[in-house]
Design a protein around this ligand. Structure first.
Ligand code: SF4
Ligand code: SF4
Length: 372
């Protein structure tokens, strides 16, 4: 059985060691997993920088603890993410969300360059063929994957697998474009994005979420620049009427997440990647959207493991037992105690991304929780 270390978000004493920050310290020490990283070894601390309006990311104070722990082990950490909007703007977003060298104690860098296409093709699998793994993540020998656990309109659940699969690759490869980047997971088929003026309600949300300004409305006239498009699918995901559609298949999507995660991990030696799942501010959608809703589940705590499948299974098992929060997307949908809130809010087969990762040999769904 794989070990999953867990510490709760509850602070039942006025004592730093009982705070979630103090508990993370204990988790890192007591797991012994920091000994995986050697003296002077460069270690990527992979997180998500959020967006200008999505502030519910892994907070800088937690990343600082991870960085300090790596430094105490003699390693040389840096904090990184792949670009979700153009790089200079994304670094500014990171800074606005409190992620900078001063706060986290290490350089904060882009894993795939300012233009988001510094990547190398890595063999993925039957669905994707090759995928463009961000060059920094491809080259670095070790990584701590710090994931903000949340829901996701298309994935249902987003944790460590999604952080690797989407977050470890570029939006567009320098030569092959989106077809070897994230878009290859979101878009299946030759027909590109389709707009239907008959059902469009001109809400403007597709224009707001587009990271490439590929969509513009001039009055009620829709314009779309396919050359700019990353095929990230955000516009189609947020469209409330079906006015925009991208050819996509749920099963293929969930399986392709597993393939991409496997490709990213194939660039590391065994045992050189560990995972921290932060079950905090668990909101319904991805941190790359232009806004974030109130949390739909109460903070649960932090999990740590060297097994990708085990930590993801343990995380969803715990979240399935959590009550829905009032004044949230969960209560809006009538979710009640005992429901699988993630599935109520975003009804998607997210179990498939985990079972596919197990099938591909990325870990075991059999786990033992070690409470710290
Ligand atoms: S898929 Fe939609 S949101 Fe994404 S880049 Fe293309 S037009 Fe913009
Ligand atoms: S999100 Fe959908 S309904 Fe809203 S403007 Fe875009 S296409 Fe029209």
């Amino acid at each position: 059985m794989s070990k999953v270390y867990f510490t709760t978000a509850r602070a039942t004493r006025w004592d730093y060691r009982k705070s979630l920050v103090g508990r993370l310290d204990s988790l890192l020490v007591e797991s012994g997993l920091m000994s995986r990283f050697g003296r002077e070894e460069w270690v990527a601390v992979k997180t998500h920088f959020g967006s200008e309006g999505a502030h519910r990311i892994v907070r800088p104070v937690f990343l600082r603890k991870v960085v300090d722990s790596l430094k105490a082990a003699g390693a040389k950490p840096f904090v990184t993410d792949t670009v979700r909007i153009m790089g200079l703007d994304y670094l500014e977003v990171a800074n606005q969300n409190g992620l900078n060298h001063l706060s986290v104690g290490a350089p904060v860098i882009l894993a795939d360059g300012l233009y988001g296409h510094d990547s190398l093709l890595v063999k993925a699998g039957e669905i994707l063929g090759d995928i463009a793994v961000a060059s920094v993540i491809h080259d670095v020998p070790a990584m701590v994957v710090c994931s903000h656990v949340k829901g996701h309109i298309q994935a249902g659940y987003a944790g460590a697998i999604k952080n690797l699969a989407m977050g470890g690759v570029s939006s567009a490869h320098r030569e092959f474009g989106w077809r070897k980047g994230r878009g290859s997971m979101y878009c299946h088929g030759e027909v590109p994005l389709t707009y239907d003026a008959e059902v469009c309600e001109y809400c403007g949300q597709c224009e707001n979420v587009c990271p490439k300004d590929a969509i513009r409305f001039v009055g009620e006239k829709f314009t779309y620049d396919e050359k700019q498009c990353w095929f990230c699918g955000r516009c189609a995901r947020v469209c409330p009427t079906g006015g925009l559609t991208l050819p996509s298949d749920d099963t293929t999507f969930q399986k392709s997440l597993a393939e991409s995660a496997a490709a990213v991990l194939s660039t590391f030696a065994p045992g050189k990647v560990i995972y921290l799942n932060f079950m905090t501010e668990i909101q319904p959608e991805c941190d790359c959207m232009p806004s974030c809703d109130t949390p739909m589940l109460q903070d649960q705590g932090i999990m740590l493991s060297d097994d990708l499948v085990a930590i993801e299974q343990a995380t969803v098992d715990l979240l399935r037992k959590a009550d829905p929060l009032p004044q949230s997307a969960a209560s809006d949908r009538g979710s009640k105690s005992g429901d699988d809130v993630l599935s109520v809010v975003n009804p998607r087969n997210f179990a498939l991304q985990i079972s596919e990762c197990e099938r591909l040999g990325l870990g075991s769904a059999e786990y033992e929780v070690m409470e710290v």
